[in-house]
Ligand binder design. Structure first.
Ligand code: SF4
Length: 487
């Protein structure tokens, strides 16, 4: 039956050719070592028979043909068995080639190697956190703080969405079922937590780069795809597996004035139960399993690269929609991930100015030193240090800035409704910003204007970013200041 498999209807051309090549090699060997004439003749005959079968298309010759014709083919039939035995022996002698690792497995191995000597325990060791009594979260007065009529300061002290709390109240409805809360935070299992996300701003950014009206981008350096990571804004809850308790951690140690206008901290993330839960899960994962956390981000980015890069798209990764590099070792971990993913452009807004300036930053990492924190004096706006600031309503309130819906888009399909300034008011806004911060008026551009200019020399532009604009200015080396306009 083996003969049938190799040399009749079910045999592949490849198998037949391999058998013939083994036999020819054997024949050459016998000839070169002056083997017996009998042996040479027998083998030559065998090869001729099998070659003719192969050339005729052995698919036409069934094993029954061979049996019926056994008397005729006789030796040749035995020759087939012998040939196949020789082929099997040769196959056994041949060392098996190790199969190359799949791209995914190779990536995982690279990531593990990268982090072999990294001290992850330092992240928790350097962090500042404090135990809370989770039952306080269920206090009716605390739950009231989430209401829209409460002040920013009151809402900032809210740590969990009321719907989450309602879902985990104990049987009496007064206290929290701690096991349920722990299960929410720890997730099941942690490793499956998808850490990379896109927010409306980043999605808009991607959209604008490939938008029909943006000829330069279409013909320029290709499409970009943005992803980000979200930590809790200013402070957040996490469950500590070593201490078996719930902790509150300061995620923006250098936050200053920004707390007053930080959308995320003032309740944006607490307005939605999913956002609050996700950032608590992220923090719980990071504080308890920093190594797996780092692996997860690096592997996620590599998977995004495999998926998007072959289409010529550049992956952009924003460290933190909210939150900051809360300890030096966490910043170092981000750098290691950036070094492991050199094709990704990593970028961040940060108020950890001194910490970042004294670090050894990889080339594929761009920072925007962000005003509104405790280290504003360390940011050199004039010297071209890439930075971000907020243009508050006291500068804009009397100007005509309004929301528009992109042509052809239904309102409900445009979550990041774009704001624009009346062209008549733009010079006034530029003048006020120039007077306030000393930027030359000629260096001030709107985001839409910037998107029409190809990337050029470092730090020549200061860009006014209106609500609904993308995030490209934070990633471009020719942009000095990203000025986020509030109104
Ligand atoms: S540092 Fe950023 S995320 Fe943190 S409170 Fe300030 S603005 Fe919000």
């Amino acid at each position: 039956m083996k003969f049938k498999r190799f040399f009749t209807e079910s045999a592949s051309d490849n198998h037949r050719e391999k058998i013939l090549s083994v036999l020819n090699a054997k024949l050459n060997h016998i000839r070169s070592t002056h083997g017996s004439e009998d042996e040479v003749e027998r083998l030559t005959h065998k090869i001729a028979f099998l070659t003719s079968m192969h050339q005729d298309g052995a698919g036409h010759i069934t094993v029954d043909d061979v049996y019926d014709d056994h008397n005729k083919v006789g030796d040749e039939y035995d020759a087939g068995y012998e040939a196949e035995d020789m082929y099997s022996e040769a196959k056994e002698r041949k060392p098996k080639k190790p199969r190359p690792l799949s791209k995914t497995k190779q990536d995982k191995l690279d990531v593990e190697n990268r982090f072999q000597d990294f001290d992850f325990s330092k992240i928790k060791g350097q962090a500042s956190y404090e135990q809370i009594n989770p039952q306080d979260l269920a206090d009716p007065e605390v739950r009231e703080l989430g209401k829209k009529n409460k002040s920013i300061v009151e809402r900032q002290s809210k740590l969990l969405h009321n719907s989450t709390i309602n879902a985990i109240l104990d049987e009496n409805g007064n206290g929290i079922d701690l096991e349920k809360l722990k299960n929410i935070f720890t997730g099941t299992p942690d490793k499956k937590l998808n850490l990379l996300g896109k927010n409306a701003k980043l999605s808009t950014s991607r959209g604008s780069l490939v938008g029909k009206n943006d000829k330069l981008t279409k013909s320029g350096d290709g499409e970009k795809v943005f992803f980000d990571l979200t930590l809790p804004a200013y402070q957040g809850l996490y469950y500590d597996e070593d201490l078996n308790s719930f902790q509150i951690i300061r995620t923006c140690p250098n936050a200053g004035m920004c707390k007053a206008y930080c959308y995320a901290a003032k309740g944006g993330f607490i307005q939605y139960s999913n956002s609050a839960e996700k950032s608590a899960k992220t923090m719980t994962f990071l504080m308890n399993h920093p190594k797996e956390f780092a692996h997860s981000i690096a592997n996620n980015l590599k998977a995004k690269l495999r998926h998007h890069a072959y289409k010529g798209k550049q992956i952009m990764f924003r460290w933190h929609d909210s939150g900051d590099f809360f300890v030096p070792q966490y910043l170092e971990m981000a750098y290691e991930i950036a070094r492991e993913t050199p094709e990704v452009l990593h970028y961040a807004y940060t108020k950890m100015v001194g910490q970042v300036n004294s670090s050894n930053k990889p080339d594929n990492f761009i920072f925007n030193m962000s005003f509104g924190g405790k280290e504003d004096k360390k940011i050199d706006r004039a010297s071209g240090e890439k930075h971000a600031d907020v243009v508050l309503p006291d500068v804009t309130s009397d100007l005509n800035i309004y929301k528009v819906i992109k042509p052809g888009q239904e309102e409900k399909k445009d979550p990041a409704k774009k704001s624009v300034i009346d062209p008549k008011d733009l010079p006034t806004l530029k003048q006020r910003i120039s007077d306030k911060w000393g930027y030359p008026i000629s260096s001030l551009f709107t985001y839409d204007q910037m998107m029409k200019i190809p990337v050029g020399d470092a730090g020549i532009m200061n860009v006014l970013v209106f609500p609904g604009d993308g995030d490209d200015s934070a990633t471009r080396t020719d942009v000095n200041g990203t000025l986020l306009v509030k109104h």
